[in-house]
Design a protein around this ligand. Sequence first.
Ligand code: SF4
Length: 556
Amino acid sequence: MSDLRYAAAPARTTEIPRPRRGEGQWALGYTEPLNKNEQSKKDDDPLNVRDRILYTYSKRGFDSIDPADLRGRLRWMGLYTQRKPGIDGGRTGSLPEEELDDRFFMMRVRSDGQLLSSAAVRALGEIGRDHARDTADVTDRENIQYHWIRIEDVPTIWQKLEDAGLSTLEACGDSPRPFLGSPVAGVAADEIIDGTSALDEIKRRYLGDPAFSNLPRKFKTALTGHPSHDVSPETNDVAFVGSLHPEHGPGFDVWVGGGLSTNPMLAQKLGVWVPLDKVADVWSGVAGIFRDYGYRRLRSRARLKFLVADWGVEKFREVLENEYLGEKLVSLESPESPVGHRDHVGVHDQQDGRKYVGVAPVVGRVSGSLLLALADVIDEFDLDGARLTPYQKIVLLGADPARVEALVERLDEIGLSARPSVFRRSSMACTGIEFCKLAIVDTKNRTRDLIAELERRFPDLTTEQMGGGFSINVNGCPNACARTQVASIGLKGQLVMHEGRQVEGFQVHLGGATGLQANFGRKLRGHKVTSEGLDDYVAAVVSNFLADRSAEETFT
Ligand code: SF4
């Protein structure tokens, strides 16, 4: 590892015995790489791949890319190879990665909760149209994700993004992944505190900082000052959640150690209150603990959640205060989490008397053309801009109340509904077999068809009839990119047996939630459904719930 990074680890003051079988924790002296990912990061800081893309790979083409960069370090620049079209999901377990690699890339552009002006939305649309075969998805980490990117086009795309104030830096990799910010920060009438400056400060200080470019694995951050907790704080490595301290006023509660995938864990509250101007320091402390004490031996245990689970929050707080901050934090009895929707879909009041409008693309799928149309709408209605949400939705800010109905109609015309059906509103789907090399089943298209069928069968159903925060999240494999385990109906892609043969299907998780009723959905034995049988299965679950529902009962 570089001297710079290891020098960043502060002196230890808390007694932590060095275990006999090391987990690869730097702070306990395990500085030799224990697996090939750690070796690759030690061989070369992944941030250095930027220059190789700009000056070598983009000029000499795909075949010039060093394999260690292709399947490793390019991720730090937001690039993954996409899945070669036409490869059957069931076979992927036995195929080496190079057989799955297409010669095209998936590219993630991070938005970090920032307001996207019409110029930025137009730039994003033009990139989709000109370089990505008109693809563009809104992801549940507030990214725009493209497909079909050629390495030769990356410098042009980066220049265009930079001009729009955007980047792909550390959008993937073992790094500070895209930050989730409240889509209504600084505008919502019911906001507790505007965290925009804190998120900007974290980004300014630490994004692309070599001190944090070699973390044990991904590190997910969320920050919101909105009372709905609209950034899924339960499922992030670190989350700052707007809270009122009885003496000190508005600030942030700190949650650590959330993460889904295999061994899902909900974030735990540290019981501290942090003022706005201290958030970046605390972020650096938590990320530093992860870097120095995080487990690096096994990739499957290299997330902060395992350390938090082993230490407990009291010890975590003690190490944070003593070794990383050098001061005690103010204690806070964390308030209860809210219930209900966090997606901001519909028309809502701003602090300044104007309105914001949340719209629901179908499972986050937009396109370059749609983004170009959206940029025109932002100009036509003189809006402040757009923000992306962690629920694969888009929020438009700064609408004139006198023109808001016309705006809603106009958005509907371009395919962005502010009054979607309960099913369109409540659904998310990950990338799936179309482009993801880990996928076993199709997700986006299958979920789009599911929504259409449910809308046909339950045309007038409302969110309230479904008990409030109802959700259907669809994943293409056991990873949890679309947060399967905290959905009302979580669908995890896998092969299932049907009439003596393996076909695409899903393991069903029922009754998951975030917020006040935060809970993992139950994996019911036998609740596996074929992709073909999915419409009937979900329709039956919905019908049964409606038939038996008592007043005030939520789906969870
Ligand atoms: Fe790919 Fe699996 Fe994540 Fe879906 S959940 S995007 S299939 S890794």
